[in-house]
Design a protein around this ligand. Structure first.
Ligand code: ADP
Length: 570
């Protein structure tokens, strides 16, 4: 606290506000002082007096202690207690400057007085107005300067104790002279232990780049040594500090030279700021940023890949379209070629049938002896001609039929017909083949209500083909049977035989044109290989189907399916 009156200037104009306490047991001496002051430039000052130590102390250390600007204290109070009063004043915290009045200036006494805190001394014999004024003025000035310095120091100490940054001072040898509480917390060293220690023992600090470098680590105390010599007045860098407990902290450091009043370097002050948290966030931010960058790059790559893929897809799409167009063109070409082939076959068959019919007609004339009698030998020859003519004619008929079907020239006239009507008349048609090979034939009738929507003649044609195949591929004594099965929308006619059978891998092939299996039949019994192809085409053209099942050497079953109603699409 600033005592009242301390701020009073000590210029000549306002000496009137000065308050001086004169402590002396001798009234004459007190009066001498009063008179000297009255004659001096301090004549307007207020003078109070005390005759002994206790009353002086009471005035100086009481509640109104601050009212005095200076004390003139007699050294030779009763029992030589002047020095005691001075010491007691200092003990009680009084800051009022004290000028000791001594009988004579003994150097030992003077030394003791100055040590006890006297501002100055004056030998009573030498008290003169000028001398007194000068001594008082100097004492007050010095006291005020001291007080100001004390206040500044206190303010500085409070500041240093309350700031968050660590502050460490070192002397010219680099040894710690002071550190604030924040520095104690940062380094882990208490001030009492740290004082006198080399800076690097208390705060071992290396620059952040240290671990990345191969050269000597960049140590803070080396900088400080330069700073104390005044070579480098201010260093600042991101640094790593290893605390007493071994914790690694990031710090920001500033070092400045400390100089005395004369400007000579007396050490350095180092301020360290703990930036560990900031560093961590920066590192986290940097790694997040790097991650984001990576992801962005990956995304870009994916986008590029997707674009490349799209391009590739577009290309293959174009290729597919081209391939499709080519396939379509090839299909059309093949269709055209097929039609041309069928047309050719139809024409050829027609051309062949005319002369064949003529051969048949003339053979008939000869055998009927219209041209005259023939010998037995000739009859046998003509019969052979007739048989081959029939065979050739049936082959040509098959080819013609197939060619017509392929060329789409076959007209169907479907109606609703009772299945039994067709099936019951079949036996009669193949009777010669049955009896020739002594084959048993079974047909037990088909339900009266079983009707199909089909072309009657074509169905007959298909079934006759199936039955003549069955007779052809069943050894003598075997059996052929016909059965009927109905389901919701179709009737299945099953033509069974106990013949040679068909290998499983050929069950589909036999429906292809001109396919004949080598079963060891004589050439004459062989057909064209067109019968089943024609039959299946016809069945399908009527909305039905034809399929085969078989067991080798046990027999075959051909299933002709026909719709019961007119198919909606037809
Ligand atoms: P083709 O009878 O004029 O040779 P198909 O198209 O009617 O011509 O028959 C093709 C082939 O299918 C026949 O050559 C024969 O090898 C085989 N095949 C047809 N029906 C039967 C059957 N019921 N049993 C055994 N094989 C058969």
């Amino acid at each position: 606290m600033t005592p009242a009156g301390t701020d009073k200037p000590i210029g000549r104009s306002i000496e009137s506000s000065l308050r001086i306490l004169v402590v002396d047991d001798d009234a004459v001496d007190r009066l001498t002082v009063r008179r000297a002051l009255a004659k001096s430039a301090l004549a307007a000052a207020t003078i109070e007096e005390a005759a002994d130590g206790p009353s002086a102390l009471a005035a100086l250390t009481g509640s109104d202690a601050g009212r005095f600007d200076v004390v003139l204290l007699d050294y030779e109070l009763p029992g030589d207690t002047g020095l005691d009063v001075l010491e007691e004043m200092k003990e009680r915290g009084s800051t009022v400057p004290v000028v000791m009045l001594t009988g004579q200036s003994n150097p030992v006494t003077v030394a003791a007085l100055m040590k006890a805190g006297a501002a100055d001394f004056l030998t009573k014999d030498l008290v003169s107005p000028e001398r007194l004024e000068s001594v008082i003025r100097v004492a007050i000035r010095v006291a005020r300067a001291e007080r100001a310095t004390r206040e500044t120091s206190e303010r500085l100490a409070t500041t240093l104790e309350s700031i968050a940054d660590a502050v460490i001072t070192v002397n010219v040898h680099g040894n710690v002279t002071y550190m604030n509480p924040a520095a104690e917390a940062l380094t882990g060293w208490p001030l009492s232990e740290a004082v006198g220690q080399p800076f690097e023992s208390v705060a071992f600090v290396v620059s952040a780049e240290w671990s990345d470098r191969e050269e000597q680590p960049d140590l803070l105390h080396q900088h400080i040594a330069k700073v104390t010599r005044g070579l480098e007045l201010n260093v600042r860098a991101d640094m790593t500090l290893v605390s007493r407990e071994g914790r690694q902290l990031y710090v920001d450091a500033i070092a400045r030279q400390l100089r005395d009043a004369g400007g000579s370097g007396i050490g350095a002050v180092v301020a360290l700021r703990d930036i560990t948290e900031r560093k961590r966030s920066e590192t986290a931010l940097a790694s997040a940023h790097a991650q984001l960058k990576d992801q962005a790059e990956q995304l870009e790559q994916q986008v590029d890949e997707a674009a490349a893929l799209t391009e590739e897809l577009e290309q293959s799409n174009d290729q597919l379209l081209r391939a499709n167009e080519e396939a379509e063109a090839a299909r059309k070409e093949a269709e055209e070629a097929n039609k041309a082939k069928s047309q050719f076959l139809a024409n050829m068959s027609h051309e062949l049938r005319t002369p064949l019919n003529a051969i048949g007609g003339y053979a008939d004339l000869l055998i009927a002896e219209v041209r005259g009698p023939i010998s037995d030998q000739q009859r046998a020859d003509i019969t052979r001609i007739q048989r081959n003519q029939h065979h050739l004619l049936s082959l040509i008929n098959d080819i013609l039929n197939f060619a017509k079907l392929e060329a789409g020239h076959v007209r169907l006239t479907p109606t609703t017909v009772a299945m039994d009507l067709i099936l019951s008349g079949l036996e009669e048609l193949i009777a010669p083949q049955l009896s020739q090979k002594e084959l048993r034939y079974t047909y037990n009738g088909c339900g009266e209500t079983y009707t199909v929507y089909a072309d009657l003649e074509r169905v007959q044609q298909i079934l006759l083909n199936l039955l003549s195949n069955a007779a052809k591929f069943t050894p003598p004594g075997g059996e052929i049977s016909i059965e009927c099965e109905a389901s919701t929308d179709r009737i299945d006619v099953l033509v069974r035989d106990t013949g040679v059978g068909i290998p499983p891998d050929k069950l589909e092939q036999i429906f292809e044109p001109f396919v004949q299996l080598d079963r060891g039949q004589s050439a004459s019994s062989m057909g064209t290989g067109l019968g089943l192809a024609i039959s299946r085409d016809l069945a399908r053209a009527m909305g039905g189907d034809l399929e085969a099942k078989s067991e080798l050497d046990a027999g075959s079953t051909f299933v002709l399916s026909l719709p019961t109603k007119q198919p909606a699409a037809r």
